[in-house]
Each structure stands twice: as C-alpha cells, then as structure tokens.
Design a protein around this ligand. Structure first.
Ligand SMILES: [Zn+2]
Length: 384
C-alpha cells in the first residue's frame, strides 16, 4: 500500500522546524520540493498526481479564462471544463486502474468524475456536509477519518489525501499566525496517526508526505486590468480582446486575441512597473483555449486581483498568499518526507521537483505511468 499526503500551503522553510522529528523516525527528507508556476493549489496538485506540467494537464491556475470569449472560468467545485477524461487519464489513478490496482482519494482537487478512483471523497461533497459555523479544521478531521478507514479496510493499493486547514488559516491570519501554526501542529499529529495506522496494519507500505506550495505575507495590492483601463490599450480591454484573470494571487494569467507583437508591447509595459517581477510569455502552440498568452508574475508581497471598475477588491483582508514564480519567491517551494519498505531510511536530499512524485510512486508500484516527470531513484531501495 502506498499513501500520499498533501499538506496544502506549507513552505519548505517553515517545515524545516519540524523536519528533525521525521528524520529521527527514519523518514527521508527532501528539503525543497520545487513547485509549479503559478504556485497555486490546483496546478500543483494536478502536477503531483499526473507528473506533467500545465502544458499537458491544462490546470494553469485555480481560475482560468478562454482565449476567445475571455469569460472567467472558476475551477472550484464540480465541473467538466478541465476536470474531465483528458485530465483523469493523465493521473496515477488511471495507470493503477489499468493494472487492476485500487485507489482511494480524499479532497484532492480536480478529481470529481474520475472513474479510475475506487473510493472518491471530493472536497465539494465534504463541504456540503459541513455547516458554515463549523471551523475549517472539520474538513481535515473528515480527511483523517477517511484515510484511517481506508488503511484499516485493507481494500486499497493507493490512498491520496490532502489537508487544507493550514493553507486556509494562513490566508486568513498569516503564515506564522497562532491560528495557522495551531492547525499545522494538529495536521502533523494527523500524519503521525496515519503512520501509526500503517504500522498497525502490518501490510507493506510506503508513506510520502509533501506540500504543494508555500505562503508569503501580503503588503500591497495590484490591479492590472485597472492599469490596462488607464493605458493606450483601453479600447482593446473594453472590446474584450485582452484581460488579466486571477484570484487574489502572486501571479495573474493574461489572455489575449491580439497579435503576438501587440502582446509583447503590453508585456514590455508591465515589465517596467514596480509591482511586476516578470511577464512570462507562455511558449509553444496552445494545447487548449484555456492556455493564456502570458503569466504576469508579481513581486514578493504584492497581491494581484483581476478586478475592473466597478468591481471591488475582495482580498484586502488576506494576510498571506502564493502564486509567485518559485525562482523569484523561494518560500513558494514545498518539502517532501517519506518512509516505508521500499524507501531508503534517513536519506536527506537538497531538492526535487513536484512533477517527479507521480512517476516515483509508479516505480514503487512497479507499473508504467506515462508522463514528463522522472523517477526519484535516490530514495528507492534497490532491493525489496
Ligand atoms: Zn492557498
């Protein structure tokens, strides 16, 4: 049995404070797990479970648009726009099902309708069970219960679960706020419980724990559509030919039906602004209408929103956020630890990439899994 746990939103720097306990208990420790760009939950989890980047899985961000219409497409909840057979067939769940192996998946983004998962608990289905008055922690209590039951049942070869509380409380109170840290300690306790349950089960197992991205503090706000509205490209904006899309993030997607040279002029202009780190061009032929022309990476501590008057900002209360390019804001990167029968105990590695998780798990299962990531052979024991 292989178990993959995601601690949403925990930066590698913060995890460092807790790493020694894991190493002492025989876990391997990868100090820095390079995340995706944009460094957001949906993109990163799609990459972790497929072994591909957004050029293949198309989950560029939590919020997308279309090149043609430029309507805003929210990926939260249940939908089939991106969360469809084309995505599900890239997941490790598909490769496992092909070999007759059974999966359980709890609160992993973009899994609704994935028929290759034998027991699926979606985030949206759990949210419906929880009243608004209940604390955020309730989601993770449910995830823990489901994971423990799944292990105890012995019915699954693979269990993937995601814990959301730390990320949510960081956004609300700050990445090192008492509220977020209290939740983090609870979640580290949950990991210990899951580990104990695996030990108790007496089945051979591997347990891998990682975070999808980090968090960093917000100081200022930036509204690039408002900048366009005051620029010489105002008419293009009003004609819906160009638009930034993003949901309170360190990076925003830029959709455009203008010519590449016109996009280049807009990008040059934004590159000259103090709030901007770099306007990245998305290279290559777009595999889908959801792929943007560019991604506007903001400077550290700047929070971007896609509002255009008369829309009002929604995220001025937000204390921490993510989305930035991990090359520019190092604390966007996550961590990884793991233990188990096929894993080298106590191994410490400097860095690895999120997209290598899926192929590494496939190797542990000894099944084929086609993707762009590669196996992390350094952590795998040569002989079982
Ligand atoms: Zn988040």
């Amino acid at each position: 049995m292989n178990v993959l746990l995601s601690l949403d939103g925990l930066s590698y720097q913060l995890f460092e404070h807790y790493a020694s306990t894991f190493i002492k208990n025989g876990f391997f420790y990868c100090k820095k797990l390079i995340t995706t760009f944009p460094s957001v939950t949906f993109n990163a989890h799609a990459t972790a479970i497929t072994g591909n980047q957004f050029d293949k899985h198309l989950v560029v961000d939590n919020v997308l648009s279309r090149t043609g219409s430029r309507d805003k497409v929210l990926l939260y909840g249940d939908h089939e726009l991106i969360c469809n057979e084309a995505l599900h067939r890239q997941t490790l769940f598909y490769s496992l099902a092909n070999k007759g192996l059974k999966s359980c998946c709890i609160h992993w983004p973009l899994t609704s309708g994935n028929i290759y998962i034998d027991h699926l608990v979606t985030e949206s289905s759990s949210k419906k069970k929880i009243s608004d008055a209940e604390p955020i922690d309730k989601m993770d209590q449910l995830a823990l219960q489901e994971a423990i039951q799944a292990i105890a049942s012995g019915a699954f070869d693979f269990i993937a679960a995601r814990f959301v509380g730390y990320d949510a409380l960081s956004h609300k109170h700050g990445k090192e706020s008492p509220e977020a840290l209290r939740c983090l300690h609870t979640l580290l306790g949950y990991i210990a419980k899951i580990h104990n349950e695996l030990e108790k089960s007496q089945a051979a197992y591997n347990l891998i724990v990682f975070s999808d991205h980090g968090q960093s503090d917000v100081r200022t706000f930036f509204y690039p559509n408002e900048v366009l509205a005051r620029s010489r490209w105002r008419q293009h904006l009003l004609a819906n030919q160009i638009r930034f899309v993003g949901d309170g993030s360190g990076a925003l997607l830029f959709y455009s039906s203008l010519e590449p040279w016109e996009n280049a002029e807009i990008m040059d202009y934004f590159n000259g602004l103090a709030e901007v780190n770099r306007f990245y061009v998305v290279e290559g032929d777009a595999a889908s209408e959801f792929i943007p022309a560019g991604i506007l990476d903001l400077n550290h501590t700047v929070c971007g929103e896609d509002i255009l008057a008369p829309e009002q900002p929604q995220y001025e209360e937000m204390k921490s956020l993510h989305g930035y390019h991990p090359d520019n804001v190092d604390e966007m990167n996550g961590f990884m630890v793991g233990i188990g029968r096929q894993i080298k105990p106590g191994k410490v590695m400097e860095q690895e990439h999120l997209q290598n998780i899926a192929p590494t798990l496939a190797k542990l299962f000894q099944i084929p899994h086609i993707c762009d990531g590669r196996e992390i052979n350094d952590i795998i024991r040569e002989h079982d």
